[in-house]
Write a protein that binds this ligand. Structure first.
Ligand code: NI
Length: 175
């Protein structure tokens, strides 16, 4: 297992669309384990492969609290197949957008289809915070960050501050 470097915005690789995982092999399972270790080390509650510079449609999530045993799950090639009309608002953060949080409005409930690491196809309905986290992570697979859901003004303030942080203290991987 290994902790992988996390790309931080603004970064052109975070804006790219990820490719489907063709085959769930040992390398993909290793990547899932490395992503989980990276997420726990950060610490974070979700991580998508493009954040560790791998353009594959793969994400990991664990919403358990600090003092509870880990209950991670991964989604390979996730697809949102239903979104509720009802919306909910949560304050979102992102390991690729350090130190910034903002209220984001998204569908309150979703149905998502995905493969697990054993190549089994699953379908779940998620509500509330889990629905938000899944949508946030799937956004990463399409090159979308949470601040892309904000007004131009709010987004530009965050990006300007992120650029300032990068200039004073380089973080993440550079290409
Ligand atoms: Ni994120």
């Amino acid at each position: 297992m290994a902790v992988l470097p996390i790309l931080t915005a603004p970064h052109h690789r975070l804006k790219l669309k990820a490719e489907p995982v063709e085959k769930i092999d040992a390398a993909i399972c290793q990547l899932i384990d490395d992503m989980l270790e990276t997420m726990y080390a950060a610490p974070g509650i979700g991580l998508a492969a493009p954040q560790v510079n791998i353009l594959k449609r793969l994400l990991v999530i664990d919403l358990t609290k600090e003092n509870e045993p880990h209950t991670p799950f991964c989604m390979i090639n996730p697809e949102l197949i239903w979104l509720s009309d009802e919306k909910s608002t949560y304050k979102e953060g992102c390991l690729s957008v350090p130190r910034h949080y903002a209220d984001v409005v998204r569908p309150a409930s979703i149905r998502v289809r995905f493969s697990d690491r054993y190549n089994k196809t699953n379908e779940i309905v998620a509500d509330d915070r889990l629905a938000t986290v899944i949508q946030h992570e799937i956004d990463h697979l399409d090159g979308i960050l949470f601040f892309d859901h904000l007004t131009d003004l709010k987004r530009n303030i965050i990006i300007r501050k992120l650029i300032k942080i990068k200039k004073t203290k380089p973080v993440g991987v550079k290409f």
